[in-house]
Design a protein around this ligand. Structure first.
Ligand code: SF4
Ligand code: SF4
Length: 88
């Protein structure tokens, strides 16, 4: 079996990921049904990324530049207000 060289990301500045798109490999994305959302923010608590955001008008939204598509928010939402949709 041929060996392939391993590559890894090089981070030269700690905390810089907030300025970069880090979700390019996501295979599905969460979509919030605001008609069912009650604003409890359980999704925000469970999200392993800083990808659940609250807009200026108080609505829950997804930061798709940083959401990895793990689906935890969709599983934990008590209102089933988040569904995962395949990326095209
Ligand atoms: S967990 Fe569900 S109901 Fe609660 S804020 Fe998130 S999307 Fe809305
Ligand atoms: S899919 Fe995962 S990373 Fe994306 S918003 Fe939901 S919990 Fe956060």
């Amino acid at each position: 079996m041929a060996h392939r060289p391993r590559t890894a990301a090089l981070i030269f500045e700690p905390g810089s990921s907030a300025r970069n798109v880090t979700a390019g490999w996501r295979s599905s994305r969460p979509v919030v049904d605001l008609a069912n959302c009650v604003g409890c923010l359980i999704c925000w608590i469970y999200c392993p990324e800083p990808a659940i955001i609250v807009t200026e008008d108080g609505k829950v939204a997804i930061d798709y530049d940083h959401c990895k598509g793990c689906g935890i928010c969709a599983v934990e939402c008590p209102r089933r207000a988040i569904r995962m949709v395949r990326e095209s």
